[in-house]
Design a protein around this ligand. Structure first.
Ligand code: C2E
Ligand code: MG
Ligand code: MG
Ligand code: MG
Length: 285
């Protein structure tokens, strides 16, 4: 009996892996023409200065509008795109769209810094620096309006090459942020060598900031580390007034999260900024 059960389990396992494989292949096939079909959308999440209460910029976050599946979140398709290399083209589109939008906002009298996520595969491209510079040039966007977000793991997997490229970005005035700080594999020795201006506290430490003492300590340590290395610290995933208050009191510089706003379509971002600052003026009056 045991043997039969075992066999059935095994068959069940094979069937589900097989289904998963087919599912993945379909997603990959759809992904291959997503760009050409204009199915990518870039959303913008406000980044707020905790010192001034003003919105200083946005992080650009990618969405895939699939005709049958609806909005596919990046965590599902970006790993696929990294494996098959299509992230290079997708990343170029993201960069172009983000710089276009930031230049547009500046032209409308709403200058914003724009943060763009860069994957390890993109950073490994030999022409990544030229691609970024050429995009800035095309949209006439000043270099210091662009921030590139890289994770510790992205830098560590290709250390010397990555650091050299980050230095070239810095030389041109482009800003660099370490994303998801504290979750990857890195060392303070390397952090010191990395020409970065921002540390982003991962949302996993912000979520239970006031509930879990370990998370309180980790978030606080990152803020203090930022201070001692002269880096600005950005908290991501801020969802409550209590978290915002704690981070502000602790001297965290910037924050983003649902407490302020979800990632927004570009037009909604514009009205959000106008409303947000009007409210601030009202509250101060
Ligand atoms: P990330 O760069 O760390 O982005 C932060 C994620 O947290 C985003 O998820 C954002 O929507 C979400 N988030 C923002 N505020 C809150 C909050 O208050 N609570 C919670 N629970 N979550 C919040 P999203 O947009 O699904 O993106 C996931 C990841 O996908 C990003 O993590 C980034 O690593 C990657 N990604 C997104 N867009 C791009 C892109 O254009 N290129 C590349 N290479 N990666 C991207
Ligand atoms: Mg990011
Ligand atoms: Mg992050
Ligand atoms: Mg993340």
């Amino acid at each position: 009996l045991a043997k039969t059960t075992g066999r059935n389990c095994f068959q069940f396992y094979v069937a589900s892996v097989d289904q998963e494989m087919r599912e993945r292949k379909r997603l990959e096939k759809d992904l291959a023409c997503a760009q050409q079909k204009g199915q990518f959308v870039l959303l913008y999440q406000p980044q707020v200065s905790l010192e001034t209460g003003k919105i200083i910029g946005a992080e650009a976050l990618l969405r895939w509008e699939h005709p049958e599946r609806g909005l596919v979140p990046p965590d599902t398709f970006i790993p696929l795109a990294e494996l098959n290399g299509s992230i290079v083209d997708i990343g170029r589109w993201v960069l172009d769209q983000a710089c276009y939008q930031a230049a547009q906002w500046a032209a409308e009298g709403m200058p914003m810094r724009i943060a763009v996520n860069i994957s390890a595969v993109q950073l490994r491209q030999h022409d990544i620096v030229e691609t970024v510079l050429e995009t800035l040039e095309r949209h006439q966007l000043p270099a210091n309006r662009l921030e590139l977000e890289v994770t510790e793991t992205t830098v560590m997997t290709n250390l010397e090459d990555a650091i050299a490229k980050l230095h070239r970005f810095k030389q041109k005035g482009i800003l660099i942020a370490v994303d998801d700080f504290g979750t990857g594999y890195s060392s303070l020795t390397y952090l010191k060598r990395m020409p970065v201006q921002h540390l982003k506290i991962d949302k996993q430490f912000v979520r239970d900031l006031l509930v879990n003492e370990d998370d309180t300590r980790i978030a606080t340590t990152i803020i203090d580390l930022g201070k001692s290395l002269n880096l600005s610290v950005v908290a991501e995933g801020v969802e409550t007034a209590e978290q915002e208050y704690y981070l502000r009191q602790r001297g965290c510089h910037l924050a983003q999260g649902y407490f302020f706003s979800k990632p927004l379509q570009s037009q909604d971002f514009e009205s959000f900024v106008i409303n947000f600052h009007d409210k601030m003026i009202e509250n101060n009056a």
